[in-house]
Write a protein that binds this ligand. Structure first.
Ligand SMILES: [Zn+2]
Length: 255
């Protein structure tokens, strides 16, 4: 029933893994399509996802969150999809339609299955959403195909993030979701295992931050130098923002 194509942008980096995944969903009758995360402003990437849409009518675009590696291509939308509605949490990205919230449905065809449901999953950023399509979940950056995602201060929230992971785990345990398609990296065929690992990993880091405090660390820099002692110099600023998100979660002064 489902027709899903993944088009990977050529923007690999430590944060984007092998690049941003754009998804094209095709309606049951093949006449229309939905686009998830148009990605970075790269003409070859735009040509690739428009070729995948082909002669179908592009019925809607959904943005999983604000980060530029997902949203930047919307800056030139007047040149490639001027009439197409853009569904997003933030007003500055929504176009031709109101902003979305939890449980909203975005329909892109006439068939019974031609619809995605918004599952709000704040944490990585406050505006992060996932999309349920049959038993497939598009997770944006909330869950990645490899490694773990980052929750930084002040745009993300660790408390929200842990709640979002539990929310997704409940969907998996109930059988509503059996597979995750992330915005970076490959398909996740063991969503329960990955989500349980994500939750355990976060809790382990939080325990390390608490231990650093018990040993006398007082500032975010102190904590980073204990918990993230082994990160390369160029990753230290990012590690500091992650530590600040952890301190906020623990109710400690951030600055
Ligand atoms: Zn992101």
């Amino acid at each position: 029933m489902t027709s899903i194509s993944r088009i990977r942008a050529h923007n690999p980096s430590p944060m984007t893994l092998d690049g941003t995944n754009t998804y094209v969903l095709r309606s049951e009758d093949g006449a229309s399509a939905l686009l998830i995360d148009p990605g970075p402003e790269m003409p070859d990437h735009r040509d690739a996802f428009l070729a995948e849409v082909g002669s179908a009518r592009l019925a809607a675009i959904v943005l999983t969150h604000q980060h530029a590696d997902h949203s930047e291509m919307l800056g030139s939308i007047d040149s490639w999809a001027p009439e197409v509605p853009v569904h997003a949490v933030l007003d500055c990205f929504a176009r031709h339609v109101p902003t979305v919230s939890d449980g909203d449905e975005v329909r892109f065809g006439e068939g019974a299955s031609d619809v995605v449901r918004v599952v709000t999953t704040p944490g990585h950023t406050a505006d992060s959403i996932s999309l349920a399509y049959g038993d497939v979940l598009f997770s944006g950056d909330t869950v990645l195909g490899q490694g773990t995602t980052v929750v930084t201060h002040p745009e993300g929230s660790l408390g929200d993030y842990l709640a979002s992971l539990e929310k997704l785990l409940a969907l998996v345990r109930s059988g509503e979701v059996t597979r995750i398609e992330p915005a970076h990296g490959p398909t996740i065929d063991d969503p329960a295992g990955v989500l349980e690992y994500y939750i355990a990993h976060r809790k382990e880091r939080i325990a390390q931050v608490e231990a650093a405090f018990a040993q006398g660390a007082r500032t975010a820099e102190d904590v980073r130098d204990v918990v993230y002692a082994d990160v390369p110099e160029n990753v230290k600023p990012a590690a500091l923002q992650i530590v600040k998100a952890q301190l906020e979660y623990l109710g400690q002064p951030v600055d």
